[in-house]
Design a binder for this molecule. Structure first.
Ligand SMILES: Nc1ncnc2c1ncn2[C@@H]1O[C@H](COP(=O)(O)OP(=O)(O)OP(=O)(O)O)[C@@H](O)[C@H]1O
Ligand SMILES: [Mg+2]
Length: 378
């Protein structure tokens, strides 16, 4: 038995591919027990067993053999966590009979051992078979069980590694999302500066050059006109710079919190009455910033698209959930049809990063509500 365990330990610890390892173990166990073959089933999360490897290898025609939870010899071994044997077994499933090489009416002697996992349950079953009728003795059953438990350990490690890889993939997606959001924000700032500030400065330069030329001609009235135009453009540029800076960073948000930041942002919205109904409570900095950005984009959308007379920003905390909503009484729109545009997508990405939920309630002619719910630990 020790020779068998030593032989099995090699593929269990050294063979990287799970199914190759299982097939090798099936071969070793078949030879050690002088049997005709061995099927290896893996347990799925629902409890069914699925054929994953075998010795001798069976050419697979169609879907792999599946044994419903608790049924047949293998199913019973997995469910009860104990070896089960039978001298004249006759599986019902045609695919199962085919891989065992059984003709109509033929039976086979079988020993099924569960690969038990720590904490209960089985993750696999090794099913040894012999077409010559025989009984599997106590020592053989013990040896097979030890092999199965080794296999169980390896299957559990493989599952844990797969879960870890999934988490890593999720984490990579989160990082990629964060970097993409940052880049999008930068492009947006560049566009704001380009549209507002650089246009104003270009015109300002034009008026100052015209004033310079007129000064040479001694046309004082025209010079005064150009200087006045230049001054109003300078005011405009100053206003554009201020709003670009406010858009980038809210000192009120940093100093006084989210509710105060929202109130300050609402007061600065030109040409629209924005009411704020917000309680002040502590939220993690990144949550506060994200919610502020979402409110800012929602309010900008109301100004740009809704033609609304009024908007309301609400902020509240229920248990561990923070809820933010921005409602307007404007024209509404077909929200599902716009899901991939930049502003709305940016909101969805922010909410996703926070593990929250975004709902946009809007229909043409019926106003719009953007509602965000995010979990918070503070
Ligand atoms: N409150 C709203 N009322 C009416 N229509 C809206 C409202 N919010 C969004 N929309 C519609 O949804 C579209 C997509 O909005 P989104 O914020 O994604 O893009 P945008 O505002 O057009 O551009 P950007 O945000 O990149 O400056 C808008 O163009 C508009 O048609
Ligand atoms: Mg927008």
């Amino acid at each position: 038995m020790d020779a068998l365990i030593a032989a099995v330990t090699r593929p269990v610890t050294g063979e990287p591919a799970l199914t190759t390892m299982l097939a090798e173990v099936a071969r070793l166990l078949t030879d050690a027990l002088g049997a005709d073959g061995c099927l290896v089933f893996l347990a799925e999360s629902g409890g069914d067993l699925v054929l994953a490897a075998s010795h001798p290898r069976v050419a697979s025609t169609g879907p792999p053999v599946r044994v419903p939870e608790g049924s047949g010899l293998a199913g019973r071994a997995a469910a009860d966590g104990v070896p089960v044997s039978c001298e004249d077994d006759s599986p019902r499933h045609p695919g199962h009979r085919e891989v065992l090489g059984l003709g109509a009416g033929q039976t086979v002697s079988r020993l099924c051992v569960p690969a038990r996992v720590a904490g209960g349950g089985s993750c696999a079953v090794l099913a040894v078979h012999s077409r010559t009728r025989r009984e599997f003795g106590g020592a053989e059953v013990d040896a097979a069980q030890r092999v199965a438990d080794l296999v169980g350990l390896r299957v559990c490690v493989a599952a844990a590694l797969a879960t870890m890889r999934d988490h890593q993939d999720e984490w990579d997606a989160v990082v990629a999302g964060a970097v993409a959001a940052q880049e999008a924000e930068r492009r947006r700032v560049a566009a704001d500066l380009h549209d507002g500030l650089t246009q104003a400065i270009a015109s300002l330069t034009f008026h100052l050059s015209a004033a310079d030329v007129a000064l040479g001609d001694g046309d004082v009235g025209y010079v005064a006109e150009q200087v006045a135009a230049a001054r109003s453009l300078a005011d405009l540029a100053l206003g554009e710079t201020r709003s670009a800076i406010t858009g980038l960073h809210s000192p009120v948000l940093d100093d006084q919190g989210l509710a105060a930041g929202l109130a300050a942002m609402a007061r600065a919205v030109p040409g629209l009455r924005v009411e704020v109904d917000a309680a002040e409570f502590p939220v993690p900095h990144h949550v506060g910033t994200s919610l502020f950005r979402i409110a800012q984009e929602s309010v900008q959308n109301v100004v740009k698209h809704a033609g609304a007379s009024r908007a309301v920003i609400r902020l509240a905390k229920h248990g561990h959930m923070v809820m933010l909503s921005v409602t307007d009484d404007g024209c509404g729109f077909d929200a599902p049809g716009q899901a991939s545009t930049y502003g709305l997508r940016g909101m969805a990405e922010r909410v996703h990063l926070l593990g929250g939920r975004l709902r946009i309630g809007s229909q043409p002619g019926e106003g719009t509500t953007v509602e965000v719910t995010v979990p918070t630990v503070l």
